[in-house]
Design a binder for this molecule. Structure first.
Ligand code: 4AD
Ligand code: MG
Length: 432
């Protein structure tokens, strides 16, 4: 095994000899000097090869390096005020691992999105993509840390499911031996069983929607974190959601400045996010839309345009609660004071990034839930276990689902969710 240093740690090491292992992202030479930029996933650093500092055959070999050559570099750390990191490496030795003979398909020049998605396995190496995926991982860790610290127990829900959770129009059907089943749209129904066993649970996994929409917010396979808690009402649910999102924003601002800079994210917008997040009712949202020249009737569903207009009025994410029951899923509890609206909420991210969270309080009464299943024209048999939860010690409970990709798009300031996941699955893309 070869010991080596991470580029990210070079400012900490700050002087003396280092060994790094990585790939060439940029190369230029002038006479006795060759400048190569090397990346290793943790950072990028300029390495300077001076003819007088290395053996002759090393200098000659270095002239043949091409983009994405993999190598081991030994050198001495030098201060360099012109570089972003404040340091460069004066190379003393280079050992190539592989020098590609073919030209790397992705260059500095602009490529079309279709081409980049086709070459996603290579596009991942670009500094923007590396920054996005580092932020994605940081967000996921922040989510888990937050929920673990709040007493939520990780609860893994199945992916093969016999029943629909979020309506029957976006189901992926798949053959399961002798029957047809679906890929899960949400772990929620199972989480409700988990909450009755463990009190507070969360699932975190891939979910699937056969979305026939090619929008910048829709994937067919996306990751969702779904907390579910016994004895929670809608207000407690919104408290949990806002505290989770605030924790994410704070953690990324603390730990991922470098990535946000690569992405040229307007950090001022994230700095403005503060608790408590505003909460407006669906009724108030309809009023706001009409005041902002989007004619909206009570009962209308909100799409991306509506969400964007609403979000412009706030610098923090905003909750819209109590949507009309008729437009919402069968499991939502009707507001006892106003049964035409449901005890549900969506969280809309600022700056037009759209809905990142959907959730609410669940119908906890057996008869009303059975009525809702019938009203939605759902076959009761696959939901019998779910109805059981209302037979044996039913309690008020609530939860929500947060889409990881939409959250990453917002935090990173990306126009489209396709760059927020290593290998996006879209209506028209399942490769590579
Ligand atoms: O609002 P949704 O459909 O809610 C549920 O699935 C609930 N069962 C969750 C719960 O209460 N446990 O989805 C939740 C979130 C959305 O707010 C959005 O962030 C994300 O999941 N989402 C998608 N993200 C990317 N592509 C899609 N096609 C998405 N559909 C939903
Ligand atoms: Mg929703």
């Amino acid at each position: 095994m070869i010991e080596y240093d991470l580029i990210r740690h070079i400012p900490i090491i700050s002087e003396g000899p280092v060994r790094i292992m990585g790939w060439v992202t940029h190369i230029r030479s002038s006479g006795k000097l060759i400048f190569i930029e090397v990346r290793d996933g943790t950072g990028v650093i300029q390495c300077v090869i001076f003819k007088g500092d290395v053996a002759e055959q090393i200098f000659d070999m270095s002239k043949k390096l091409t983009l994405e050559s993999s190598l081991i570099i030994d050198g001495i750390i030098r201060r360099d005020s012109r570089s972003k990191m404040g340091y460069e490496i004066g190379v003393t030795h280079i050992e190539p691992i592989q020098i590609p003979s073919e030209e790397f398909p992705i260059s500095q020049k602009e490529h079309g999105i279709a081409f980049l998605l086709e070459k996603r396995h290579l596009w991942l190496r670009s500094s923007r993509q590396v920054a996005i995926l580092r932020v994605r991982a940081a967000i996921i860790k922040a989510v888990r840390d937050f929920l673990d610290n709040q007493g939520f127990i990780l609860f893994d829900t199945p992916i093969f499911t016999p029943a629909a959770c979020e309506g029957t129009t976006t189901l992926f059907e798949t053959r399961y031996f002798e029957e047809n089943v679906y890929l899960t749209q949400s772990g929620q129904l199972y989480n409700e069983a988990g909450a009755m066993a463990l009190g507070r649970v969360y699932s975190f996994g891939p979910t699937f929607r056969a979305e026939k929409s090619k929008t910048r917010r829709h994937l067919t396979e996306f990751w969702m974190v779904e907390p579910e808690a016994a004895f929670f009402d809608l207000d407690m649910d919104m408290d949990l959601a806002q505290n989770l999102v605030m924790h994410i924003v704070k953690t990324v601002l603390e730990n991922n400045r470098a990535e946000l800079e690569v992405l040229e994210r307007d950090i001022g917008q994230l700095d403005k996010v503060s608790l408590p997040f505003p909460r407006i009712s669906y009724d108030e949202a309809v009023k706001l839309l009409n005041e902002n020249t989007i004619p909206t009737a009570w009962g209308d569903d909100f799409g991306g345009d509506e969400e964007t207009v609403i979000s412009r009025n706030f610098s923090s994410p905003v909750f819209i609660h109590r949507y009309p029951s008729a437009s919402k899923a069968f499991y939502m509890k009707a507001d006892p004071i106003r049964p035409e609206v449901a005890l549900c909420c969506d969280m809309i991210a600022p700056e037009g990034y759209g809905e990142i969270i959907g959730g609410g309080q669940r119908e906890d009464d057996y008869d009303r839930l059975l009525g809702k299943l019938h009203a939605h024209g759902l076959n009761v048999e696959p939901f019998e276990w779910y109805l059981d939860l209302r037979k044996f010690g039913t309690v008020p409970h609530a939860g929500f689902g947060m889409g990881i990709e939409r959250t990453v798009a917002w935090i990173c300031g990306l126009k489209h969710v396709r760059e927020t996941i290593p290998f996006p699955r879209l209506m028209d893309r399942i490769r590579p």
